[in-house]
Write a new protein. Sequence first.
Length: 240
Amino acid sequence: MRILVVNVNTTESMTEAIGEAARAAAAPGTEIVPLTPDFGAESVEGNYESYLAAVAVMERVRRYAEPYDAVIQAGYGEHGREGLQELLAVPVVDITEAAASTAMFLGHAYSVVTTLDRTVPLIADRLKLAGLTDRLASIRASGLGVLDLERDPSVAIEAIAEQSERAVSDDHAEVICLGCGGMAGLRSRVIERTGAPVVDGVAAAVGIAESLVRQGLSTSKLRTYAEPRAKAFRHWPPRF
């Protein structure tokens, strides 16, 4: 089984970290292929960057020449999953939805701890669209930018652990979802601080993707995610 794990930003070191987290979660025999978009922002932290990333991710997957069995979009609260599902017959799993759906098997209410406050509405919208908000206790921002997770891990751990503690004590969350693809390495520390189950979206997405492939399931092409109609595109793909 081969699974493509696509970072939404263009920071190669983050792609490598996401790939490592995916491999750690994968079953024996599953090949993880991390991909970085060819264009876009070094970190995705707003609507403009997210829409641009959606196009970049779709184009990067479309150009991948080897066979594969599933795709994971490794961006939290980002746009584009629906477009990938139109383009592809294989399962497409978004880490935002994977983390939240997994959390609901583990406790009554879950909270998401993410990066900047401006990303909170984007995550809320994605969860609402996916029908996953009924048991959402809160979405808390750590105040860190995406790239801060790599620049100063000790500060990142403290900020995320503190907000996770508040989610448990103040919002009555029973499960914590790490709200960024680059947070996988922080899981054990948050567990120590909160005593709560902590879900990493990349790991959760790998497990779901593997399960879908093993069951022989694929994306429905009957209506919503039918293949795009054949038509002419002007000046596409763009030349950079």
